[in-house]
Structure formats: C-alpha cells, structure tokens
Write a protein that binds this ligand. Structure first.
Ligand SMILES: *Cc1c(COP(=O)(O)O)cnc(C)c1O
Length: 401
C-alpha cells in the first residue's frame, strides 16, 4: 500500500470504497450506488459532474491551466476577484488566493499579526479562538484550533503563549477581552457552526457582541467560513449578518472541483499594508494561487448559486430535515442539531456509531461519522426522496442496533 490515507491508523485501515464514477448526488463503485450525504468533506455543493462546471473547466483547459500570479495575471482571476468584491458584503474587497483552506487561514493570521506590526504595535502577538475550534491541519491553524482528536501532536510544544481559547458564551467572551485585549491581534471563529469540532451550533448574538468588543478594543475579527460559507448555515455567508474584518473561504468556493481558497480583507485591513514602505508588503505567495482552472470553475459555481436560487434550496432542505427528525429520539442520543444544510446526531458514546458507515453503504448512503457525531452536509442539488432516504437509514440504524 503506497497511499497514506488521512486521519487513519494505516495498520488498521479498512478497505476504502473505490469510486469509478460520480454524478449528481451519487457516488458509484463497481457494484453499488450511494448518495453522498457529506458532499466529499462538505465541498461538492452542486453535486458531481455538473454540466455547467464541467464545461467551464474544459473551456479554460484549452486556453491554459495555470500561470503564476507574480508578474502575471489573467482573466479568470480578475473576474473572480471582481465578482467576490461585488458579491461579498460591505467592504470585504481584497482577495488573496491560495490552494487550501488551511493555507488561507494561515494567511489570515499572518495578515492580522502584520497589520499591527506595520503600525509599530509589537505587543499584539496573541490570537483568541473558540474552544472546540477547527481551522485546518497546518501548524498555525493547528495552534489556534482546539481539538485534540486532530491535533494532539501539538501537545509536544506545551501550552501556547500565543493563543487563548474562549467558549461560546458572552460573559466568558467579555471577560477574555478585558484580560487579553492589549496583546490580541485577532479573534478567529467558525461563525455559527463549528464543523470538525462536532457540528456545534451557537447564536448570532455571540458574534454581534464579538463585533462590538473587537471594535471597542481594536482587535481584528476573522471569520473562517471555509465550512460555513456558500449557504451551509442557511445564510449565504454568516458575514452577511455580522461583518468580519477578514473572511476566509474554501471548500465550496470551486464547487468542490479543485482545491482553492481565498482570504478576503476589508478596506481598512488592506490599507494597513498599502503605503511606500516595502517592508509593509504581505510576503506570501503560494505557487498555485489564482489557478486559472480553479478561478473559472469558482466563477461558474457562484453564478449557479445565484441564478438557481440556492438559498431557497437550502431552506427547503432545512425544512425537510426538521420535519423528518422531529419524531426521532433514542436513549443513546444526546442531541439532534439542525442548521441550514447540516444535521448532526450527537450520541453519548462513540461505540454507538461503530459499524454505521458499512450499514449506510449497504443502504446506498455514503456517510462518515466521527467521534460522537453522525451527521449530514448534503449537496444542495439533493431532492426530497434522497434526503428522506438518508434520514431513514440513520433512524433505522438506531432501531436495529
Ligand atoms: C476544512 C476546514 C479548513 C481546512 O481546509 P483545507 O482545505 O482542508 O485545508 C479550515 N477551516 C475550517 C472551518 C474547515 O472546515
């Protein structure tokens, strides 16, 4: 075996299902067809093999697949930046592209640190983040995250001097700001929905208060919407409700076609770099930033999102989900959480979910529960029968086991 698979003790690796085709909400193996209930790690928002996205990428491939973005530029990246500038709320106008969500998070944290250094404030070296946060698997992203299931290796360094975690309750947040504000450059959050930390959901009032506190103490507010962006919470972006200073997008950006991400800065943040001093420049440049295939497909993905009224589709998904889960209960279940295009059944004991993945496979559903969480992050093109089938399969598991 030469492939080193993710999040997995390779010695105990169960045989992965080999996919030979994928279309719409379905994944195909040699002898099975299954609904992808988690959109390939939450990114395939339009499902597979979308004709419009396929056409966009083929057309660009025939022109050129990639050119570097230093000293060169091209139409797909210019068009995507212009679209994002117009489409994103408020003055989130300045797009720095990169190849993955983790890197885009790194860039956001580097911008926040340097923003204050450029002003000569050398004491603002700390970042505040949430308990149970997940911001990616690169090192600074791991440091601001708070999830030992993914990042226990970080324990080798001991407690971080550069990061403080706060829970999602307002009094604790206010207290942390009073205590740490002079050292903080940024407060980074997964807004409303914490994904890999366990599909934890919290109220918008927390983010409104965070915005006020960041303004009061001159701390930058970063929204990591790598998972929540493009409709997942039932909002286009949570940034439409509360505006951050820096917004990070990934996963759904390209409709799941190619790894690409963007860190978007407000006018004020951008102005903190824009002057005559060469040392105030942002010294960062991923090889594949602004990749032409990624930008072409991202543009079309955004167009589909608007023209085909995806927010209506997502609200419909949420309504069906609430209806289908309404009567469900089981003594082993701690809580059922629903928000937009996400549903999570949290159990008390991870052992309750052992074997579900194979059970779902046999019932024509691809699912990948982790820890205490059985969840869905469906592609938005899913129709009612597909959704109902996923929830029936989940309910059947609790009935039969
Ligand atoms: C997935 C995820 C990331 C990391 O994105 P990658 O493209 O896997 O590097 C960062 N933040 C959040 C909230 C995520 O869900």
């Amino acid at each position: 075996m030469s492939i080193w698979y993710p999040y997995q003790q390779m010695k105990h690796l169960p045989e992965p299902h080999k996919i030979i085709n994928a279309e719409g909400m379905y994944l195909y193996t040699e002898d099975n067809k299954m609904i992808d209930s988690i959109s390939s790690w939450w990114c395939m928002i339009h499902g597979y093999k979308h004709p419009v996205l396929n056409a966009a990428i083929k057309e660009q491939t025939d022109k050129f697949a990639h050119v570097m973005l230093a000293g060169l530029t091209h139409e797909p990246v210019q068009k995507l930046a212009a679209k994002l500038e117009e489409w994103l709320p408020g003055d989130l106008n300045h797009c720095f592209f990169s190849d993955s969500g983790s890197v885009a998070v790194e860039v956001s944290l580097k911008i926040a640190l340097q923003y204050y250094l450029n002003r000569g404030e050398t004491n603002r070296t700390m970042v505040m983040s949430l308990t149970n946060a997940y911001h990616g698997d690169t090192f600074k992203a791991m440091e601001v995250s708070d999830d030992e299931d993914y990042h226990f290796v970080m324990k080798a360094y001991g407690p971080s001097k550069n990061v403080v975690h706060v829970p999602t309750n307002v009094p604790a947040l206010e207290e942390a700001f009073v205590k740490y504000h002079a050292q903080l450059n940024a407060f980074i959050v997964e807004p409303l929905l914490q994904g890999a930390g366990g599909m934890l959901m919290y109220d918008i009032s927390y983010l409104k208060r965070a915005r006020e506190l960041c303004d009061q103490y001159d701390v930058l507010l970063i929204f990591d919407e790598v998972a929540t962006g493009f409709g997942r919470t039932g909002n286009r972006f949570v940034a439409d409700l509360v505006q951050p200073d820096i917004l990070v997008l990934g996963k759904g950006l390209t409709g799941g076609y190619i790894g690409h991400a963007v860190t978007v800065a407000s006018d004020r943040v951008y102005a903190g770099f824009y002057d005559d001093n060469p040392n105030h420049a942002l010294m960062h440049g991923p090889t594949f930033m602004g990749n032409a295939l990624a930008c072409s497909v991202a543009l079309k993905s955004i167009q589909l999102f608007d023209e085909e009224h995806y927010l209506d589709k997502i609200h419909h998904i949420e309504a069906i989900t609430k209806r289908e889960m309404a009567g469900f209960s089981d003594p082993r279940v701690k809580e059922v959480r629903i928000m937009g295009g996400c549903m999570c059944i949290e159990v008390y004991d991870p052992a309750t979910l052992e074997g579900f993945k194979e059970f779902a496979y046999k019932h024509g559903v691809f699912s990948r529960p982790f820890s205490k969480y059985m969840y869905t992050m469906v592609p938005y093109i899913i129709q009612e029968p597909g959704l109902v089938h996923i929830y029936d399969t989940m309910k059947l598991w609790f009935k039969k086991h």
